[in-house]
Design a protein around this ligand. Structure first.
Ligand SMILES: [Zn+2]
Length: 190
């Protein structure tokens, strides 16, 4: 099994920028690292089971049992409307959860979900509205010569709200020291 698979359309390979270092000049290309990190972000929980009818996906049981289960993600459970209601709870009462175009907040992060008035399959709801965080990694699209390689503070907060324990990324020097320590241990053992 796998947690994620990422399909890359090979007809776009020449439109991508592959270097780790940022270029000195504009390249007119899309940053591959930004795109991959974004896709891993979906695997880490930036994911919605909201549907274009303003409800959530439902898993139906067999007819005789006549049950159905509303499906939603941890991310979905953080979505609230401007009245402060959890849209997942609204849907749970048999109501429509949200309307397209409505502003939906993600917990206390200051972020809002991308919820355009016209449903965009694959983009709506599962992304951060760029108006709420112009530097967000999890915007639905990225332009050439744009580098969003890490989570913003708001997105870090959202990860915590989704249950992740977030630790600061170790600096390069710390990593080198760790590497030296491991090397030293190995040499001792020999
Ligand atoms: Zn995405």
């Amino acid at each position: 099994g796998y947690d994620i698979y990422i399909q890359c359309n090979t007809s776009h390979l020449n439109s991508l920028y592959y270097e780790a270092a940022l270029p000195a000049e504009h390249t007119g290309k899309y940053d591959f690292q930004s795109i991959l990190t974004h896709e891993v972000g979906h695997a880490a929980g930036f994911l919605s089971l909201a549907t274009q009818t303003g409800t959530f996906q439902v898993q139906s049981g067999n007819a005789s049992a006549a049950y159905s289960t509303m499906l939603y993600t941890r991310y979905d459970s953080l979505l609230t409307n401007q009245e402060g209601q959890s849209i997942v709870n609204k849907a749970g009462n048999g109501n429509t959860a949200f309307t397209l175009g409505e502003t939906l907040s993600l917990g206390d992060t200051g972020l809002t979900a991308y919820n355009p008035a016209t449903w965009q399959q694959g983009s709506s709801m599962a992304h951060i509205d760029s108006a709420s965080d112009p530097d967000a990694l999890m915007q639905y699209s990225i332009s050439p010569d744009t580098y969003h390689r890490t989570l913003t503070d708001g997105e870090m907060e959202l990860m915590r709200s989704m249950g992740w324990k977030m630790v600061p990324e170790p600096g390069t020097s710390t990593l080198s020291l760790l590497g030296l320590a491991v090397l030293a241990l190995r040499r001792r053992r020999c």
